[in-house]
Design a protein around this ligand. Structure first.
Ligand code: BES
Ligand code: ZN
Length: 457
């Protein structure tokens, strides 16, 4: 959903081009400004914070997350930031202990059924009916009361298919794949409208559909037990520094990371590395003169589906959305075993964030590559029309989301490089003597700058 008005989009895009023209041009004095940031960054601070945070997994909604949140908030406050802990609700889903499927006449077949995240429990036996893709038209006028619906993957979300079938009376759903392999699916959020649902492979699903089409009557038995949905509270930590009111462009820059980790994973790289770098950049920038509001944010429940960053995005006013000119997301920025630094945007296009990152990279340590990827907290900002990018090393390390994502795999060189590039890029916008951004905002110019073509990954 793009909520920016046409006018503000025009302003923003001219900002992007104006900035690029200003910053891509080699300006030797920029390097002197970079040095103000670079010489203040203490990579040992970052390393020590990662060490502290990664002593245990920081699963959203658990006491370990609360501990991390308190530590982060305390640090921000000690640097003099106005610090807010923003609570939000989330759901913790426990997978079922029993997932069973049998169909009369298929006694020897192991369907190896999968469940869906947020799926419902239940024990249902009923006549099997094929309803194609399970769209609204497929169930229109059907009475599936007491029946089990067989549905093919595609065109609609899993949740839509299940709700459509249930709406027509079906008591359970069997969803089969439209390509090879299994379905590791999520319904996105809990709903009282779901009926128990299992996922099976394409070949077995097609066999069932063919036999029904040939007029055979089949009875299916679906059982799911032990699944649980718990409501929990996670938190974002938001540190704000306002510019001197006499020199305020009215613009806001956000620097973010997520402080939560997956279950069983200490998340040294994912994403204590980004969180610790956010804290260090907050420290470094705390005493710098700025004409742009800075918000350093660590998000909770990223691993549960970007829940914290969506909650933060929801909490923004239209005025704030219009004033946020850039969001830098650092996620997995310190692995010794990962590849090069890449800036990922949701649409794969360059924007003001990647332009500033590329220019800072070129001045400081060489080329930074581009790519297209969601999968982190830059997504909700991109969806609001805010220029954003994910800074990450790729290909990612083998320890990603494992118990081995520990401090011994963290490289100080990698941390230093990212802290310098993001720090210099943020300061480039925020320092009071960069007129391009301000001028462009006041008097937007038509787009007349040609980007040099760079390869997308
Ligand atoms: N740090 C990862 C994102 C990531 C990993 C991006 C590898 C690019 C390459 C993040 O914490 C994560 O694991 N995200 C989830 C998605 C999210 C919506 C739950 C993922 O990628 O599975
Ligand atoms: Zn992550």
């Amino acid at each position: 959903m793009l909520r920016k008005s046409i006018v503000s989009l025009a302003v923003t895009s001219s900002l992007v081009f104006g900035m690029t023209a200003a910053y891509a041009a080699a300006n030797p004095s920029d390097h002197a400004f970079d040095n103000k940031i670079v010489k203040r960054i203490k990579v040992d601070n970052i390393y020590k914070t990662i060490e502290l945070l990664s002593k245990e997994p920081r699963v959203a909604g658990t006491p370990a997350e609360d501990k991390a949140v308190e530590y982060i908030a305390k640090q921000f406050k000690s640097f003099g930031y106005n610090t807010e802990i923003q609570p939000f609700e989330m759901f913790q889903y426990t997978s079922p202990t029993t997932v069973e499927l049998s169909v009369d006449g298929f006694v020897d077949t192991d369907f190896a059924p999968d469940s869906f995240t947020y799926g419902a429990n239940g024990d249902v036996t009923g006549e099997l009916v094929y309803i194609g893709l399970g769209g609204p038209d497929d169930v229109d006028g059907l009475d599936l009361s007491g029946k089990v619906a067989l549905v093919k993957r595609g065109s609609y979300t899993f949740a839509e298919k299940i709700l459509n079938a249930a709406g027509a009376g079906a008591e359970a759903v069997i969803l089969f794949n439209n390509t090879s392999g299994g379905i590791n699916g999520t319904l996105g959020e809990p709903s009282d409208g779901y009926v128990p649902a299992v996922a099976i492979g394409r070949d077995l699903g097609e066999q069932l559909a063919d036999r029904l089409a040939a007029g055979e009557g089949l009875t299916a038995h679906v059982k799911i037990a032990g699944a649980k949905v718990e409501r929990q509270t996670s938190h974002n930590v938001i540190a704000t520094k306002k510019p001197n009111p006499n020199k305020d462009t009215g613009q806001i820059v956000i620097v973010g990371a997520h402080h939560d980790s997956v279950e069983g994973g200490p998340g040294a790289n994912d994403d204590a590395s980004g969180t610790a770098t956010v804290l260090e950049l907050a420290r470094v920038l705390s005493n710098m003169p700025i004409d742009t509001e800075l918000r350093f944010i660590t998000f909770g429940a990223e691993e549960n589906g970007l829940v914290g960053s969506y909650a933060y995005a929801e909490s923004l006013t239209e005025d704030e959305i219009d004033r946020i000119v850039a969001q830098f997301q650092m996620d997995m920025v310190g692995s010794r075993d990962a590849g090069e630094l890449i800036m990922y945007t949701v649409d794969g296009e360059k924007n003001i964030v990647t332009d500033l990152g590329a220019a800072a990279g070129a001045r400081l340590s060489g080329v930074v590559n581009y790519g297209q990827e969601g999968r982190s907290d830059h997504v909700p900002f991109a969806e609001l029309g805010i220029p954003s990018a994910l800074f990450i090393h790729a290909p990612v390390e083998p320890w990603y989301h494992t118990p081995e994502d520990t401090i011994d795999k963290i490289s100080k060189d990698k941390l230093q490089q990212v802290a310098e590039i993001v720090g210099a890029a943020v300061y480039q916008i925020a320092r009071p003597d960069t007129p391009a951004l301000k001028n462009a905002r006041v008097a937007p110019k038509p787009v007349d700058y040609e980007f040099e073509e760079r390869e997308l990954e």
